[in-house]
Write a protein that binds this ligand. Sequence first.
Ligand code: SAH
Ligand code: SF4
Length: 388
Amino acid sequence: MAIEQNTKVNLLGMGLPALEHFFVEELGEKKFRATQILKWIHQRGVDNFDDMTDISKVLRAKLHERAEILAPEVTYRKYSKDGTRKWVMKLPGGSAVETVYIPEDDRGTLCVSSQIGCALDCSFCSTGKQGFNRDLSSAEIIGQVWVAAKSFDEPDKKRERRITNVVMMGMGEPLLNFDNVVEAMGLMMDDNAYGLSKRRVTLSTSGVVPAIYELAKVTDVALALSLHAPNDELRNTLVPLNRKYNIKMVLDACNHYMSRFSEKRVTTIEYTLMNGINDKPEHAHELADLLRETPCKINLIPFNPFPNSGYERPSNNRIHRFRDILLAANYNVTIRKTRGEDIDAACGQLVGQVTDKTRRSERFIEAVQLGQTAAELASARFERSSQT
Ligand code: SAH
Ligand code: SF4
């Protein structure tokens, strides 16, 4: 108890219910204070209680004593010629995560990280190669949105809404940090915070099947599945998690997720194209057959190279040939434009800095050598976290 009194609560990552609980139960204040604070923090980017002018001095003093608004520390920022922005945020323990903003004609998308590193070790992903350090807290996740939104503040101008979409496609597997990701996504969609619509907040997963079913119970954000292969044999080699949750199980889970909606909602199928690996015409035909029963749109991502990856980006001819086969089979297909390459901010180039202090990645490799697959480790983690 004594420890609790010395520890300040970080209000940044708290959704409305948690904040209301804090104000009512911890401070003995009225519930509406929670909404007031949410607006100050997320709509106006304020992190000092003294700037909250409609809050009494007495309450501000109380807040100073018991709480704080602590965003991750930005150690590096780079704004590219094409409008792309990238931030590296330092986290306690010496690790860092990356966040990227990508403007397009009709939208501005923020790519947010959910973990420091990733334990799932997909063969083509630079984050996976970094090992795993830890989950981000909900404050560290929403803190990335907070920092990005604040970067668009201009003096004497009303805050412009430059971030229209958030994709959980930075570092980490969001479904293995379930509670914190759900809390942060709640803030992204809360009208008192960022007010994004549920269709504009996308969770991307490599396919943690039980967590997709859990997600269906608690949120209605958009869902993207990182498929990358049209059959289990090939997907096993690219996404080790597939050995535990195969393609059929994953597609069934996505279909279940979408089946709850009365309006038409579809899963985004992400497919990273790697030269000679999964980009042949027969793969495209097989993919077209595979997805017949899955309401979806397909997003082709040309592989983004990083040192010693062992993979190459296919030529534009190959990419277009792959797309055309899917188009001819009546799929809605897009090719992801690669943006921000001049600042290493493209998808799959987000490496951050993963201090593997806990030797987790070594232990992970040992475990795999002992016969445990990445999938087993991942599902053990998920089952553990969903029990708490
Ligand atoms: N862990 C989640 C979200 C983060 S990865 C997931 O796997 O879905 C975001 C997307 O970038 C995924 O579709 C992932 O497969 C893709 N990706 C990873 N490395 C890449 C690379 N080098 N080139 C292109 N896409 C990559
Ligand atoms: Fe993790 Fe996603 Fe990278 Fe796979 S692609 S290693 S799940 S971040």
